[in-house]
Design a protein around this ligand. Structure first.
Ligand code: PLP
Length: 393
């Protein structure tokens, strides 16, 4: 049988080196646990950056996928299928939006929101053709396509990939005054993460989203909220923007929408915004495919009051535990989206944890990111804290 070392060598030999994974080769998983090819067990405290909110291989989602795969898997949007209607209805009800448009990856959904905002700007707001601007925030993360990295402030995401798509304006995150000052008659939208995940679990000041929403309404600008990482229960509410009772014009969804099984993304939007799309304007071969729709319906069904209550309770338990460790300077986050700011290199802690049965990741040099599956129970949080304490006391 091949060892972890053999598998890593093979991937390094034949795969592109666009990632540098931790040296663990996972062959099997269940709920919050994964096993490597040598049979070592690890607790997964990353949950694929929130794509595994329901845990690995949630039985109802696996069942929905298998059932659908045994009927019909793909029709393309050239034909109707009998799953997309129920999926759209369920996702509308869950998001509180009147319409949804399904895609596959998160970055594609962000691109969809950008296209929708621009076309809305030209056809509804009357922005002169080619002049639409979208306001984004420093240290954002919205994906890796050419247009999306055009408004990244991370040098590595851009270096060597220009020329870039124009039409994006950057302001400091959490600064509502800077947004108000940056709005011009050509501003179509503001695109915001309610918590910046990749930047290291950075929360804006309280009231920021509400201020943004008010400024957008005043100036006839769309508010686009990227809930790809924060959505579907991660922060203790269905969506993170609900902590401030704002109503966005566009919600961008991804990651957990696929149940950790396959890429499913979407935008949910108002009638006025979604109305800009006419047949042929936009699409994707796999967007809205029957398997994706079936999995996503099972995902939405799995998010109930008990799960959200668990996120709040386990989030408090984990954050309190982390705060009691000497090397932890600050714990940021909401629900089960936590960043522990350390007194030194988080990468060393990540390596030590991996060797001791816990998988997590750093953000920047000194933030330890913890995003366990939302189904994690209290004993499992204790077990994780028991491993972390070794390296953080
Ligand atoms: C992961 C992520 C994306 C990109 O999603 P992909 O599926 O990797 O393209 C966009 N926005 C946010 C906030 C994310 O966390």
């Amino acid at each position: 049988a091949m060892t972890s070392k053999d598998h890593i060598e093979l991937a390094e030999r034949y795969g592109a080196h666009n990632y540098h994974p931790l040296p663990v080769v996972i062959e099997r998983a269940e709920r919050v646990w994964v096993w490597d090819v040598e049979g070592n067990r690890y607790i997964d405290m990353l949950a694929a950056y929130s794509a595994l909110n329901q845990g690995h291989r949630h039985p109802a989602i696996v069942q929905a996928l298998v059932d659908q795969a045994s009927r019909v898997t793909l029709t393309a949007r050239a034909f109707h299928n009998d799953v997309i209607g129920p999926f759209c209805k369920e996702l509308c009800e869950f998001t509180g939006m009147p319409r949804v448009l399904p895609m596959n990856s998160g970055a594609e959904a962000v691109e969809t929101a950008v296209k929708a905002a621009r076309k809305w700007g030209y056809t509804k707001k009357g922005i002169p053709d080619g002049k639409a601007e979208i306001i984004c925030f420093a240290n954002n993360f919205h994906g890796r396509t050419t247009t999306v990295v055009s408004f990244s402030t991370e040098p590595q995401y851009r270096a060597g990939f220009g020329p870039f798509t124009p039409g994006f304006v950057l302001v400091p995150y959490g600064d509502a005054k800077a947004v108000a000052a940056a709005i011009t008659p050509n501003t179509a939208a503001v695109l915001v993460e309610p918590i910046q995940g990749e930047a290291g679990i950075v929360l804006p000041p309280a009231g920021f989203l509400a201020e943004l929403a008010a400024a957008c309404k005043r100036e006839n600008v769309l508010l686009i909220v990227d809930e790809i990482q924060t959505g579907f229960g991660r922060t203790g509410k269905a969506f993170c923007f609900q902590h401030e009772e704002v109503v966005p014009d566009v919600i961008i969804l991804g990651k957990a929408l696929g149940g950790g099984m396959l890429p499913v993304s979407a935008i949910a939007a108002t009638e006025e915004v979604m109305g800009v799309f006419h047949p042929g304007d936009h699409g994707s071969t796999f967007g809205g495919n029957p398997v994706a729709c079936a999995a996503a319906c099972a995902v939405v069904d799995a998010i109930d009051h008990d799960l959200l209550a668990n996120v709040v309770a386990r989030g408090t338990q984990l954050a309190d535990g982390l705060r009691s460790f000497r090397r932890v300077k600050e714990v940021r986050g909401r629900g089960l989206m936590l960043g522990a700011v350390l007194d030194g290199d988080a990468g060393e802690v990540v390596d030590a944890c991996r060797a001791n049965g816990l998988l997590a990741l750093s953000a920047g040099s000194n933030v330890l990111r913890l995003l366990p599956p939302l189904v994690v129970d209290s004993e499992e949080v204790e077990e994780a804290l028991g491993i972390l304490v070794e390296f953080l006391r």
